[in-house]
Design a protein around this ligand. Structure first.
Ligand SMILES: [Zn+2]
Length: 342
């Protein structure tokens, strides 16, 4: 069926745009979020359609999705879902869309972690790394995962690396690329040299890395996953945010350099004496329009801290710094210091 309504429309705002034959992008707005929007990709199939990533569970997202699917003539009763990772802007809305019979593909590491003490880990780790006590609970109460995550329970079909998924004219291989989340997974179509990259590789945004768990070194995982993606023959990337792009390997090199520079910057901040991750974060430069770190919106401060811990955990794994748990007035904190080379 070709109703012509889903074709490139010269940008009727938010309407579906065909980015590849039979693959439509619906831009789902993320109100008040610096990312502005998330890309949902819809593949029309002969029997079942596939929707890749969905938006947050909030009415602005649901409205945009419903309008988009209607214009494409997509019926939810014939539709399955593939979610690149468990963050609320990709997964949240799926509970409002998926019908009883729908498959909801999500990688096993993300599916497991989101159910097992996730919120408690954030709280514990925020304290340990020096997030101001008086701002901590307010920040966590407004965490997007808490406000806009999916209604549970959901019945996920777990994916792992190498699993094949067919949709329309496309045969995708699941490519597990941990780093941005525990088991973030891209979809690769070798025949069309196309990668649906989720938040693993974005064109003009640096995917953020958050390290709120013990023994989890997301930056190291992420760098490995960039190398893994670089092995793929790709000429078209359909990312989770903003526009499609072509030069995947060039972008991978930029992302690697970015993280090397950030790790160097964190190390430099530590040269003036031992610090908590929060103190390191406040000494680094951030692309946020605020006069000082203290004035950042709480959510931005929180994500800056998570990102800083990720860089510190990486530096620690390279034996460039060491962290030590100290106790001050009953509050345990991790203090980081450079390891002096002998
Ligand atoms: Zn995202």
């Amino acid at each position: 069926m070709d109703d012509g309504r889903g074709k490139k429309s010269g940008g009727s705002r938010g309407g579906p745009v065909e980015v590849m034959k039979g693959i439509y992008r619906i831009e789902i707005p993320l109100p008040g979020n610096p990312l502005k929007a998330v890309n949902s990709y819809v593949i029309r199939g002969r029997e079942r359609n596939l929707v890749i990533d969905t938006g947050m569970r909030r009415h602005e997202c649901l409205d945009a999705m419903r309008t988009g699917l209607e214009r494409l003539g997509i019926n939810l009763s014939d539709t399955d879902f593939f979610i690149t990772h468990f963050h609320a802007d990709h997964l949240g809305l799926v509970s409002e869309l998926a019908q009883e019979t729908a498959e909801i593909y999500l990688n096993a590491p993300d599916a497991t972690r989101m159910l097992g003490g996730f919120a408690e880990s954030l709280e514990r780790s925020g304290r340990l790394h020096g997030f101001p006590e008086h701002e901590l609970m307010k920040t966590l109460d407004h965490h997007p995962g808490r406000l806009y995550g999916p209604k549970l329970p959901l019945r996920f079909t777990h994916t792992d690396d190498g699993r094949m998924i067919r949709a329309g004219d496309y045969t995708f291989r699941c490519v597990e690329t941990p780093g941005h989340s525990f088991g973030h997974t891209c979809l690769y179509d070798a025949e069309h040299r196309m990668l649906i990259s989720g938040d693993h590789i974005l064109a003009d945004i640096t995917p953020n890395l958050q390290a709120w768990f013990d023994n989890w070194n997301p930056l190291q995982e992420y760098l490995k996953s960039l190398e893994y993606a670089a092995l793929l023959d790709v000429t078209l990337v359909l990312p989770g945010h903003r526009d499609v792009f072509h030069d995947m390997r060039g972008r991978i090199e930029e992302l690697k350099r970015h993280h090397e520079n950030r790790a160097e910057e964190a190390l430099h901040v530590l040269k003036t004496g031992p610090k908590t991750a929060y103190q390191v974060a406040s000494g680094m430069t951030w692309d946020i329009a605020c006069d000082s770190f203290d004035l950042f919106p709480l959510s931005q401060k929180w994500f800056a801290l998570g990102e800083t811990i990720a860089h510190l955990a990486h530096l620690e794994s390279l034996s460039k710094i060491a962290g030590e748990v100290t106790e001050e007035r009953g509050r345990q904190q991790v203090l980081w210091r450079p390891v002096s080379r002998t």
